[in-house]
Write a new protein. Structure first.
Length: 174
């Protein structure tokens, strides 16, 4: 990977982590790389946008990173781990899967002390998601970071490439 300054930052110190070899945007066999980065650079949150889920360059594999504390969803997940905002669903080895019960229905949280268990849980979760015809992976966004001795990943499943807010010309335009 090459770690680069994002040319179109939306956060201070916004980075792009691009694959050194040209390959399509895909999380398959690369989630463990995100976990490794999160462990090594634990003051950053790493995120992935699928090829049909907001990726700016779907023809070249990349992650992004921002300093921890700048993504409100991740901050709320951290505050919610001991509350009713997260509903426990299941475990695989030491990984636990939760459903995040705020804002939208398709948000899941994985907490694990080992990268191997987190990866098992993550790929099992993706296997349960809808895969549309001609797509190589479900539509989702992924945020991964490391806290203390624990990996945390937030998976946000999507129903479309862009929200209707993106195209709106009214007051709800983003």
């Amino acid at each position: 990977y090459h770690i680069l300054v994002n040319p179109y930052p939306i956060f201070p110190d916004h980075l792009v982590i691009a694959a050194a070899k040209h390959t399509d945007q895909s999380i398959w066999h690369r989630y463990i790389d995100m976990l490794d980065l999160a462990c090594k650079y634990d003051d950053f949150t790493f995120f992935y946008n699928g090829p049909k889920s907001g990726a700016s360059a779907p023809d070249h594999h990349h992650f992004q990173a921002s300093p921890k504390g700048l993504i409100p969803l991740c901050e709320d997940v951290d505050r919610s781990l001991d509350s009713s905002t997260l509903t426990y669903l299941t475990s695989v080895q030491d990984a636990r899967l939760y459903h995040y019960d705020r804002f939208t229905t398709g948000v899941f949280v994985i907490c694990s002390e080992t990268a191997k268990s987190a990866a098992k849980m993550f790929y099992r979760l993706l296997d349960c998601a809808e895969l549309r015809e001609d797509d190589t992976e479900p539509q989702f966004n992924l945020f991964t970071y490391h806290v203390g001795k624990e990996f945390r990943s937030v998976v946000v499943f999507r129903s479309r490439h862009r929200s209707h807010h993106y195209f709106s010309e009214g007051p709800d335009h983003l």
